[in-house]
Design a protein around this ligand. Structure first.
Ligand code: DGL
Length: 259
């Protein structure tokens, strides 16, 4: 049987927060990182266009990387296009969706927040998760697309704008009983220290990366061994990404050829 790497896909550098968990759970696995940075941010784009684009980029990256499993390390893409990807691809596809069930289980007050992109907070998929797992909770859904850029800046070595972070989080604090925040965008855990510092009180911050890594370990078969820096494939060459990719064990990116 042929072996290959695990491919991790996001619109930008957000999927690197999932790479961290994958490396913890699968330290010996070869990983390839791919992102559609030419079209970042996904959270503000129109659904129909986005499904086609995600299929096109993922298909091209799966072919180029010879991967054995695809991890869609993007809530905005997963809550929209997981079914379409699974129909189109013959390898296992692991998705990333907001950790609503753990949020409901871990919140002591039953009041928690969902911080995600504008697309994710209003998707039927997300509303279905809230109905199924948090129907008895008070869930404050906050669109925080501005944080995507701040995370990209931070990974490029620039300090994020603390005022942008303060304003993005402000709607959460309208509920005095809120004790937990679900980070429903993979970019946001990269800013965790800044989010913690900006909160007016102690909050539990939850994301899905650990669960995704555990699921990937279950379904990925024939994974090639990790040897040296992983390959990275982007849709626009931007040297500002190199340092962030290197921090997570990836070589400077190549341009992904799209059909
Ligand atoms: N990292 C992506 C997510 O998890 C979204 C970023 C974007 O808007 O492109 O939703």
């Amino acid at each position: 049987m042929s072996s290959g790497p695990i491919l991790v896909f996001d619109s930008g550098v957000g999927g690197l927060s999932v790479v961290k968990a994958l490396r913890d759970h699968l330290p010996g696995a070869a990983l390839v990182y791919t992102c559609d940075n030419a079209m970042l941010p996904y959270g503000l784009r129109e659904d129909e266009w986005l499904v086609g684009r995600i299929l096109r980029v993922c298909e091209a990256a799966v072919t180029a990387s010879h991967c054995v499993t695809l991890v869609v390390a993007c809530n905005t893409a997963s809550t929209l296009a997981l079914d379409a990807l699974r129909e189109r691809l013959t390898i296992p596809v692991v998705g990333t969706v907001p950790a609503i069930k753990p949020g409901a289980a871990l919140s002591l007050s039953g009041h928690f927040g969902l911080l995600a992109t504008r697309a994710t907070v209003s998707r039927p998929y997300t509303l279905g998760l809230i109905e199924a797992f948090a129907a008895d909770c008070h869930v404050t859904r906050v669109a925080a697309d501005a944080l995507v850029r701040e995370a990209e800046r931070w990974l490029a070595g620039e300090p994020p704008d603390l005022e942008v972070i303060r304003q993005a989080l402000a709607p959460l604090w309208a509920d005095p009983a809120l004790d937990t925040v679900v980070l429903g965008c993979t970019h946001f855990p990269l800013l965790r220290d800044f989010l913690v510092a900006s909160a007016p009180r102690t909050i539990q911050w939850i994301d899905s990366s650990d669960a995704i890594a555990r699921r990937t370990a279950q379904v990925a078969i024939g994974v090639a061994p990790h040897q040296g820096p992983g390959e990275s494939l982007v849709t626009a060459i931007d040297p500002r990404m190199n340092a962030g990719l290197a921090r997570f064990g990836f070589a400077p990116p190549h341009l992904l050829a799209l059909d």
